[in-house]
Design a protein around this ligand. Structure first.
Ligand code: GTP
Ligand code: MG
Length: 444
């Protein structure tokens, strides 16, 4: 019972599911050099933060960019901003302030005190959304794990902060400290229990996947930035009804359906969780399970919102997460792009996009809403999806000429780069052949 209370306060303690909110995006005056060529503007970031807040039914009463010359250790933003925003909080009866940045526990507490309302940061907000959206048992476990990990890191930090403040005056230590210790222990125990349970579900899922592998259906995974239209496309292609809504992160759990291809073959289509920029690291780890479907896919279809002003920045975000997941080879050579929402484009932009697409069979303009272009997408999927073969990145010592030759003979080498010692190859191979290759390497 105690533990479930802990859970409830983790996921709902920061913000009520409804309420008036204020959303700010602290933005440096001059973006740091490495970000200067990023396409995303502070305005677009603020807009996304507002959309995220709306995704958990927060009524956004006020949204603003807050200049950030130099982050203040105590409050992140400058005292002038703290004060003027405090007035807004009172005036508009704001219950939750969303600060679209990473806010330390100390800063959070100070801002809450100054404003007299709850404060949550970007990670907290995304956790709230994930908590509200997770449908399956496994999805909920993953979100809880991420939330607890986040909470524990904050407890640890705020605790050491108190220690430091108190210096050597041990006698000042009050009951608060030991309460934190208890919380930490409870959280630690709960985390261990969830991890074990997740291991179990993972094993079950691996069994299912093995069973599926015996049925020789290739897996096609839809990936993309949140709200790009993955679920809408999934529904159109499989004629299923999966929740498709104008909500960020409408889908959290992997959804699989059979896909009938024009050639008469079948594939399995997988709809996945949407990506977002600056996805908190704890969440990437927690959603590895959802993305497992992606790393195992024979073909990845990147669904893009062609009508979004930040469509290029979104594309890079998605590709860098995929690369982080260890499927850089797919990203470089095997990805199919579905340029979605062309029904919303200006006629000129639309014509240009359709013209380019004629010369490029790696990108298909479509509208998941109207169905335009979806037949062409299906036939490209049909062409690309190659039985049970997948793209792998392999490194082979240049001295092992026989192994390299074996790969050329048994696989389809898509690219090769040699350095002093090794050949780095991207090879399309059947899983069974990869196994054969690996054991061959061990025996040599
Ligand atoms: N006009 C238009 N709207 C579309 C199209 N495809 C999707 N939408 C809308 O875009 C919104 C998001 O669609 P979803 O299919 O839920 O997007 P998603 O990528 O699954 O989003 P998450 O699961 O939240 O990551 C919905 O309001 C859809 O109706 C399209 O081709 N044209
Ligand atoms: Mg979806």
């Amino acid at each position: 019972m105690k533990n479930s209370n802990l859970m409830a306060s983790t996921l709902t303690g920061h913000a009520p599911s409804t309420g008036r909110s204020l959303v700010i995006h602290p933005s440096p005056k001059r973006p740091p050099r490495e970000l200067r060529d990023a396409l995303r503007t502070p305005e677009a970031r603020l807009e996304e933060a507002v959309a995220l807040a709306s995704a958990i039914n927060l009524e956004v009463a006020y949204a603003a960019l807050v200049p950030l010359a130099k982050p203040k250790p105590a409050t992140l933003i400058g005292s002038g901003s703290v004060e003027s925003l405090g007035a807004v909080v009172t005036e508009r009866e704001v219950g939750v302030a969303v600060v679209d940045a990473t806010v330390s526990p100390v800063q959070q507490r100070n801002l809450e005190k100054a404003w007299g309302c709850k404060v949550i940061d970007r990670t907290g907000l995304i956790l709230e959304i994930f908590g509200a959206r997770a449908r399956t048992h496994e999805g909920r476990l993953q979100v809880e794990l991420a939330a607890l990990t986040y909470q524990r890191s904050r407890l640890v930090r705020s605790w050491t902060h108190l220690e430091r403040q108190r210096g050597g005056f041990g006698f000042l230590g009050g009951p608060g400290e030991s309460q934190l210790e208890i919380d930490r222990r409870l959280i630690g125990e709960r985390i261990a229990r969830i991890k074990k349970e997740l291991e179990d579900t993972k094993r079950t899922r691996a069994l299912h996947r093995d069973a599926r592998k015996r049925v020789p259906y290739p897996v096609v995974a839809l990936v993309g930035y949140t709200n790009a239209g993955k679920s809408t496309l999934f529904n159109r292609l499989t004629r299923a009804t999966v929740r498709a809504e104008d909500l960020l992160f409408a889908t959290l759990d992997p959804t699989l359906r059979r896909l009938a291809l024009p050639s008469g073959r079948s594939a399995i289509l997988s709809d996945t969780v949407g990506f977002i920029s600056d996805l908190p690291h704890q969440l990437i780890a927690a959603f590895r399970a959802t993305l497992e479907e992606v790393t195992e896919a024979n073909l990845i279809v990147h669904v893009r919102d062609a009508n979004h002003p930040d469509t290029e920045a979104q594309r890079r975000d998605v590709q860098s997460v995929l690369t982080e997941l260890g499927i850089g080879a797919q990203v470089e050579h095997g990805l199919l792009e579905a340029l979605n929402k062309i029904d919303l484009l200006e006629p000129a932009t639309r014509a240009a996009l359709l013209g380019q697409a004629l010369r490029n069979d790696g990108a298909v303009p479509i509208s998941a809403a109207t169905g335009e272009g979806c037949d062409r997408l299906l036939s490209l999927i049909d062409e690309r999806v190659d039985g049970d073969r997948r793209l792998f990145d392999l490194n082979v010592p240049l001295t092992d000429g026989a192994a390299i030759a074996w790969l050329y003979r048994n696989g389809d080498v898509v690219s090769r780069r040699d350095d002093e010692e090794r050949a780095h190859l991207s090879v399309r191979l059947a899983d069974a052949d990869l196994g054969r290759f690996r054991s061959r390497q061990i025996h040599h």
